[in-house]
Design a binder for this molecule. Structure first.
Ligand SMILES: Nc1ncnc2c1ncn2[C@@H]1O[C@H](COP(=O)(O)OP(=O)(O)O)[C@@H](O)[C@H]1O
Ligand SMILES: [Mg+2]
Length: 254
């Protein structure tokens, strides 16, 4: 099983959008997908509610691998299982980071008995949950809006990644996904150019536009390709492109 974490220390960038769409796309490819929602806001849990496994995210940090195996063995799912956010996630910040990371790694290893790919959605703060997820993951993706505060958040994230990679050398940063880009806004165009110049190796070679149909889809608990509007076409092409790119880079085996 390959594990990807979507993270950036700033809200509203598209972490949950990306996690949910990768999950829907990978499920359609016939992969067995598990999504872990580590954000107490529970946005991914809401969008993927119909896929809830009944196992809650905070238990990944406390329960043993055997408990998890017992829960998932013999349990049917439609190729997409959600480990939903719960209120106890808030207590993780009282936990020792090394211990939390160790427990999460053991849980992910157990999930590998049942799934081909694990996608982790995180909260916008660099707490124990996000840090443990980055320490446990194989891949990381960071969506980012073309606004000043977001670029500052991205800069901080880059520093954090290089630090955490010392503790998790297998981590591969797939890159920054310029998201909600409005090419008619000179500010967005300039910020995108500045980001590409600052991190030529780290910005993905495509972006996702500010598309109303994406927000609509997440609200309707479906992927954007289920939105039957002409206006959704561009969004569908961009999101499928993103999923295809990540799928190829992750080299997921079935
Ligand atoms: N490309 C996009 N175009 C339009 N709206 C988007 C796009 N990506 C995300 N959104 C919307 O922006 C808001 C923030 O996105 P979200 O994925 O929840 O960010 P995060 O998880 O980083 O906080 C959500 O309401 C979502 O529907
Ligand atoms: Mg989110």
């Amino acid at each position: 099983m390959k594990t990807l974490v979507t993270a950036i220390q700033k809200g509203g960038q598209g972490k949950t959008f990306a996690t949910c769409h990768l999950a829907f796309d990978f499920q359609e490819r016939g992969l067995r997908v598990v999504v872990i929602d580590l954000d107490t806001q529970g946005n991914a849990s809401w969008t993927l509610d119909s896929h809830d496994s009944g196992y809650s995210a905070s238990r990944l940090f406390t329960a043993t691998g055997d408990e998890l195996r017992n829960w998932f063995s013999g349990r049917e799912n439609d190729g997409l299982a959600l480990i939903a956010a719960d209120t106890s996630l808030a207590n993780l910040d009282k936990m020792d980071l090394a211990q939390a990371a160790r427990a999460l790694r053991a849980s992910i290893e157990a999930l590998g008995d049942f799934f081909d790919v694990c996608l982790i959605d995180t909260a916008p703060s660099l707490g124990v949950a996000m840090t443990a997820a980055v320490l446990a993951a194989d891949y990381m993706l960071s969506p980012v809006e073309m606004e000043a505060y977001s670029l500052q958040g991205m800069k901080k994230m880059v520093a954090v990644i290089s630090n955490l990679r010392k503790q998790n050398p297998k981590l591969r940063f797939l890159g920054m996904v310029p998201n909600k880009v409005d090419a008619r806004k000179p500010r967005h165009v300039a910020n995108l150019a500045a980001l590409q110049q600052a991190y030529p190796q780290l910005v993905l070679p495509f972006s996702v536009g500010a598309r109303d149909s994406i927000a609509q889809a997440l609200g309707e608990q479906v992927p954007v390709w289920k939105i039957k509007k002409t206006a959704a076409r561009k969004a569908i092409k961009e999101v499928r492109g993103l999923a295809n790119y990540v799928f190829t880079k992750m080299e997921i085996a079935q």
